[in-house]
Structures are given as structure tokens and as C-alpha cells.
Design a protein around this ligand. Sequence first.
Ligand SMILES: C[S@@+](CC[C@H](N)C(=O)[O-])C[C@H]1O[C@@H](n2cnc3c(N)ncnc32)[C@H](O)[C@@H]1O
Length: 260
Amino acid sequence: MGKEYEGNNEVESFVDAHLAMLPEIVRVTAPGGSICWQVGNYVRKNEVIPLDYLVYDVMRAFPDMKLRNRIVWMFGHGLHCQTRFSGRHETILWFTKGDDYLFDLDAVRVRQKYPGKRSSKGPNKGELSGNPKGKNPSDIWDIPNVKANHIEKTEHPCQFPVALVQRLVKALCPVDGILLDPYCGVGSSGVAAMLEKRRFLGGELSEKYADVAKDRITEAVSGIARVRPLDMPVYEPSPNEKVAKRPDHFWQQTTDDILG
Ligand SMILES: C[S@@+](CC[C@H](N)C(=O)[O-])C[C@H]1O[C@@H](n2cnc3c(N)ncnc32)[C@H](O)[C@@H]1O
């Protein structure tokens, strides 16, 4: 909302658009299929309006659609606010159509923090307590957003990282299933679908972005798309890197600051 490519939409027209469009999205979703709706906050005169709340309200009209997770997508880069905390997350509402739905947890498990941890009591005392296949990635996902230096960056001001969609595709869409993204921009969801051998239908108003989407999807099919891998850890600069060194006059928190 409010981005140059979306005109002057306000909250009311956001809701109206969803009232018109979500019934169609629900209609074409297969029983047991998923709808993942990613939105952020709309900021008007420094007041924050959480858009997922509005989307959820519209979705409640469909008794078959059940919310399974409100996934928090956190990322490191954005505006530095002076009058409130800097916004560093958006959300994805994951709904399923009905209760008999696909959730392939094993396809998206991540490495345990403490794989050597053992049970301290009970019948399995002393045994390794973690799942050897990895752990559930939880509903908080730390995936870098696509800013200037990101390998996937195109001319689109607001593109998804492919990894964000890829995890959803792996867990929620059967192999050979169809992923529909009616607002596909430069086709990040299409790239994710191709990488994971799913089929893709995309809609995009801007011909300019649709052309980029077609190119990226074609590259993904050919195995040459520029993509940041889903399992790549978030970059942490080494303390020896020049940019990580604290200039002498920069504030540093000390134990005295913390203990008062
Ligand atoms: C937030 S962007 C999506 C970016 C996309 N996730 C990506 O990674 O490239 C929303 C897109 O929806 C497009 N759009 C806006 N209104 C539309 C409409 N009525 N029909 C189709 N596309 C629309 C915009 O041009 C914009 O590219």
C-alpha cells in the first residue's frame, strides 16, 4: 500500500480490494490446499495499521478457511525510525481450506541449535532428545529482505526473497501442485515454484515487472536463476572486518550501563 506502483490506496480500499478478491482466491484453492497471504504494516502519519489484522477479518467470512500460523518474517534492513521502533518484520497468514491439509514438516526442518542435547529424565533419560532430521523452523523466520546488495535484487522496489516462498512451497504444496500468485511482481514465487518442481500461475499488472518475472522463471527452469539459498545463514560480519570495528567515539554498552 502507498508504494509508487500501487497509487494512493488507503486502508478502506485495501479492505475493499480484499473483499472482492479473497472470495475468488478461496474458490480456486483446492480442498486441503493453503493460502499464504503476506502483508506488512501501513504507516499513516506515523500511526501503524497492521494489515494482516484486516486480511484476517475478511477471511473469517469463510468457515472452511482455518488459520494455521501467523508467521513473522523478520529481516535486518529498513528505515531507521526516530519516533518509534524501527520496523523489521512483516507477517504471512497461512490458512488451509479444511482440516485435512498438507504440511510436510520433514521437508523444511532446520538444524538444531543443540543437536547433542540429551533427555534429563523419564524413560529416555540420557538419550539424544532432538529429531535427527532437524527441528521445526518455528513461526519466526529470519530471512534477509531484498535490498541493494542482495543477489536477487531487480528493479522492483518490494520483491520477496525467493527463500521466503520456497519454505512455504516445500511444506504446503505437493510436488507438481499449482502455486498461484495473483500479485507476482518480478516472479519470486514463480522462481520458488520452479526450483521445487511445482507448477505456477502468476498475475501482474505491470508489464515491466511481468517481463522480468518471465525471464527469472525461465532462468530458474534452466537452473541459472540467481537465488540466495534457503539454508544460508544470515550474514554476521567477523569482528575483524573494517565495517564491524567500533570507531572510538561510538557508544559502547558496558557492564556498568547494564547493572546501573
Ligand atoms: C508487493 S508486490 C509483489 C512483489 C512480489 N512478491 C515479488 O517478489 O516480486 C505487489 C505487486 O502487485 C502488483 N499489482 C498491484 N495491483 C495489482 C492487480 N490489481 N493485479 C495484478 N497485479 C497487481 C504490483 O504491480 C506489484 O508488482
